[in-house]
Design a protein around this ligand. Sequence first.
Ligand SMILES: NC(=O)c1ccc[n+]([C@@H]2O[C@H](COP(=O)([O-])OP(=O)(O)OC[C@H]3O[C@@H](n4cnc5c(N)ncnc54)[C@H](O)[C@@H]3O)[C@@H](O)[C@H]2O)c1
Length: 336
Amino acid sequence: MKKKLITGGAGFIGFHLAKCIYDIDSELTLIDNLSRGSIDDEFQEFTQKPNVNFINTDMTNTNFFDELGDYYDEIYHLAAINGTKNFYLYPENVLKVNILSLMNILEWINKDNCGKFLFTSSSEVYAGTIDEYMNQEYIPTKEDIPLSINDIFNPRFSYAGSKIIGELLTINILKSKNVKFSIVRYHNIYGHRMGYDHVIPEFCKRIFIKTNPFPIFGGYETRAFCHVFDAVSATKLVMESDKTNGEILHIGNSSEEVEIIEVAKQLFDISGFNPNLDIQEAPSGSVKRRCPNTNKIEKLIEYKPKISLKDGLVDVYSWYLKDFLNKDMLNKENDK
Ligand SMILES: NC(=O)c1ccc[n+]([C@@H]2O[C@H](COP(=O)([O-])OP(=O)(O)OC[C@H]3O[C@@H](n4cnc5c(N)ncnc54)[C@H](O)[C@@H]3O)[C@@H](O)[C@H]2O)c1
C-alpha cells in the first residue's frame, strides 16, 4: 500500500491536493496546525475515511517526528504562511515558520523513509527580477530566471526570501541525502475554499455586499490565474513522474494573462452588479506583470490547464455566493 503525506493539508491547495491524490489503495496523512486552514464539514468528513490520518501539529518544532511513522512514498510540503497581508504584517513570522517547518521535515527525511519530496515554491521568488528590469524578454517567465529581492527592507519580501531559501534547502539537503525531489512554483492559484483575503474571493465579497465605488488595487497589473483543480492535477503528475526529478517547474495558466481590472469586469458581468471603479495603487513590491512560461512542464508531463478563466470565474463566483450566504456573512458585515 502506497503511503502519502501532505503538510499544510487543511489549507487551500493542500486539501484540494488531498482529494486529488486520494485513492482507496493508499494511506494518506495530512499535517496542519490549523493556523490558516480550518476544520470545516468537508474536511472533517474526508479525514474520517479509514485510510486518511490527520495530525494537528506545529511543524516549527520537532515533536511531530514521533507521529510520522516510518516511511512515505510521496511527501508534498505545502505548510507555510501564505497571504500577502501576512507578508506585510508579520514578516518575522513568515520567515520563521516557512523556513523552520521545511528545515524540520528535511531533517527527518532520509533515503529509507521518503520515496520522493515535493516543495511548493512561488512566483514571488523572481518578483524582484521582473520589477527591476521590467524586461519583456523575461515574461512569460521561465524557470531559469535569476531570483532576486530588490528591496530587502520591504517586509513583503519575507515570503519571497523564505521561498528562495526553501528552494536552496530542498536542493542541497536532499541532494546530499540522495533523496528524489521536485520543486514547483505556483502562479496565482484560485478556487473554492481559499478564504476571502485573495483578490478573486475579495472581489466576490465586495460584489455580494455591493461595495460602490469598488476599489481595485493595482488594476492595470497583470496576472495569469490558474484554477486549483488544474494546479493540483499538475502537482500530482510532477510527483508521479521520474522525468521531473531534480527539476524546478512553473505551474500556472500561461494562456490567461489579464489585467486585474478585467477580472473585476468579468465578475461584474457574471453578477450583474455594475459599480463605479476606484483604481488605487498596488501595495509596494507588487509586480506589474506576471505570467509563467509553462513549456517545461507541458513537455515533461504533458500538462495543460483545462479550465479557462471565464469558466473558472463562473464556478468560483457561485461557490463563494453559497459560502457567503451559508455563513450569514451579509449580516455580519452590516454589524461591523
Ligand atoms: N495559493 C497560491 O496561489 C500560491 C502561490 C504560490 C505558492 N503557494 C504555496 O503553496 C502552498 C499552499 O498554499 P495555500 O494557498 O494552500 O496556503 P494556505 O495558507 O491555505 O495553506 C497553508 C497551510 O499550512 C498550514 N501551516 C502554516 N504554518 C504551519 C505550521 N507551523 N505547522 C503546520 N502547518 C502549518 C496552515 O494552517 C495552512 O492550512 C504554500 O507553501 C504557499 O506558499 C501558493
